[in-house]
Design a protein around this ligand. Structure first.
Ligand code: ADE
Length: 232
């Protein structure tokens, strides 16, 4: 991925996100991370971006005309055509649930746009006509798409070459193809013994083959029993 754009009413939240080392590394290696605030482009008065839902109910809904104006101003094209050129992802609790395979798919895309909803979310026409995908970070409701966007950005950016210090760090980690989709094996560091809790002997043995086998076995074991995981 070379360009990650986030459409958000709270672009300043991402100032913190950029301070992380792996994000800085990826940006130094050419990743462009841009934020755009629909409030700056709204055709409505007083910076209005949302409205009450037709049919009644609680909360506010992000307006389709506001999203249209924002995307049009930023990309200089009809946003209906934007999704033909790049993945445009609406963040919503009911969307396609993020997993390692989805992250890999996104990391392979040259350019992505994440649309953050707020309050009760988007006018459905934004999702229908401007988004190529929907994405959920889990079946629970956040107060807006920003934390979900940061979750996606973090998971994708750590997959980019050079983002993590060690080139292999993101290859053999939890849920990766390298581990057959299983959670990662347990890690230990010094001290080798603490309060009588000792590190498995094999890890101190220096036998690389045995260590590899032990790790694969522990990873597979964890794959058998994932606490609280209801997915197949
Ligand atoms: N916006 C609000 N809740 C969300 C979730 N769980 N995933 C993605 N976007 C969201």
């Amino acid at each position: 991925m070379k360009q990650l754009d986030v459409v958000t009413l709270f672009p300043e939240w991402f100032d913190w996100f950029r301070t992380q080392r792996h994000v800085g590394n990826a940006m130094r290696d050419g990743l462009e991370l841009r934020c755009m605030n629909p409030r700056e482009h709204t055709p409505l008065t007083g910076g209005q971006v949302d409205d009450t839902p037709f049919g009644g109910g609680a909360g506010m809904v992000l307006r389709v005309d506001v999203m249209d104006a924002a995307l049009r101003a930023f990309y200089n094209m009809d946003p209906v055509d934007l999704k033909l050129q790049r993945r445009v992802i609406a963040l919503t609790p009911g969307g396609r649930v993020l997993d390692d395979a989805y992250v890999d798919e996104l990391a392979a895309e040259p350019a992505i746009t994440l649309l953050c909803g707020r309050y009760e979310g988007f006018d459905e026409r934004i999702v229908q006509h401007y988004a190529s995908d929907t994405l959920s970070v889990g079946r629970y409701v956040l107060s807006g798409g920003e934390l979900a966007a940061m979750t996606v950005a973090d998971a994708v950016i750590r997959k980019l070459p050079g983002a993590l210090g060690h080139a292999d760090s993101a290859v053999e980690e939890s849920f990766s193809a390298a581990l057959g989709g299983n959670p990662e094996y347990p890690h230990y560091t010094r001290p080798a013994d603490y309060r009588g809790w000792s590190v498995p002997d094999v890890l101190l043995s220096g036998h690389h083959e045995e260590i590899r086998n032990w790790r694969r076995a522990r990873s597979a074991e964890r794959g058998e029993s994932r606490p609280g995981d209801s997915t197949p």
